[in-house]
Design a protein around this ligand. Structure first.
Ligand code: BV8
Length: 246
């Protein structure tokens, strides 16, 4: 893979990094990308028709089971070389902010320290009414009931039509506006406001790199497109950065 030496030189000198990841970085760990997650019973539904508060109120049992199936799958998977490569870069640069749309906790498991989860975390559960995290419950209902107020429990993830966590989004925007390099990895770049972050970074003068086997709406704006699987491309990028241009 021949990479643009001038861009690589800017990456080697970059002090402040911001990274946005999507489902693609977890694909090699065996986690279906967001749009592949409708297997079996849910094959006839679009993800957007499951991951909404309206869908949950319409059919709480089905939506709870869809997340339970995904959570059970995620409990069995491990981070891949792409996740570890990002934790490696974080340990070598001055400032590193990892912004993820993923809810699978794999970046933390790979040792990344500064992780902004814009869309929540499937391993956390919260009360639908109180909007506060619930760690344990003895309700056997589907979905289970909140031990405090009796309302339905739900996954602590951001559904379509819901606001993103304000602190995480503010910090992500700040990182995008102040970084020297922005990596967009394994995301189709279709879901906002997360998908707006790479554009913000580019507008502020950052070097924009996209890592994805396919083209996305962001591709025409990238200074460097690494067309491949993140589990293969990211370790190679780390080697290039460490080789110092030899
Ligand atoms: C909101 C959690 C205020 C749940 C998810 C403009 C501005 C603001 C909002 C909107 C707007 N326009 C429309 C909206 C509304 C909506 C939206 O963006 N809709 C889209 C469909 C048009 N946004 C919202 O509702 C957000 N809320 O803005 O609140 C508001 C509200 C209403 C109206 C206006 C404003 C909330 C969005 C969050 C939804 N929750 N996830 C769950 O997981 O169940 S979204 C979910 O899908 C993911 O988290 C991710 O963000 C998104 C897209 O998934 P990707 O990660 O990109 O994965 P995908 O499968 O699409 O692509 C995988 C990519 O990987 C592919 O490109 C593939 O080529 C690549 N790949 C595959 N293998 C590899 C690989 N890459 C590298 N290596 C590999 N091996």
């Amino acid at each position: 893979m021949t990479w643009d030496e001038s861009v690589l030189a800017r990456l080697r000198s970059a002090k402040r990094w911001a990274v946005l990841t999507g489902a693609g970085i977890s694909a090699e760990s065996g986690v279906p990308t967001f749009r592949d997650a409708q297997t079996g019973l849910w094959a006839n539904f679009r993800a957007e028709d499951l991951a909404t508060p309206e869908a949950f109120l319409r059919n709480p049992g089905m939506v709870w089971e869809w997340y339970a199936m995904r959570r059970d799958r995620i409990a069995l998977v491990r981070p891949n070389a792409g996740h570890y490569a990002l934790a490696d870069i974080e340990s070598r640069v001055e400032a590193f902010t990892l912004i993820t749309q993923n809810i699978d906790d794999l970046h933390r498991k790979a040792g990344s320290r500064r992780v902004l989860e814009l869309h929540g975390n499937i391993l956390r559960t919260k009360c639908f009414a109180e909007n506060t995290v619930v760690d344990r419950w003895d309700s056997v209902d589907v979905p289970p009931k909140c031990p405090r107020c009796g309302a339905m429990l739900r996954p602590d993830v951001v559904w379509f039509g819901e606001m993103l966590p304000a602190d995480e989004m503010r910090e992500a925007m700040e990182a995008a506006r102040n970084c020297d390099v922005f990596l967009s990895i394994g995301t189709s770049g279709l879901v906002y406001p997360a998908a707006g972050l790479p554009f913000e970074a580019r507008q502020r003068g950052a070097v924009l790199v996209e890592i994805n086997p396919e083209e996305t709406p962001l591709s025409p704006y990238a200074h460097l497109i690494l067309n491949g699987k993140s589990g293969e491309v990211l370790p190679t990028l780390v080697e290039c950065l460490n080789s110092g241009g030899k």
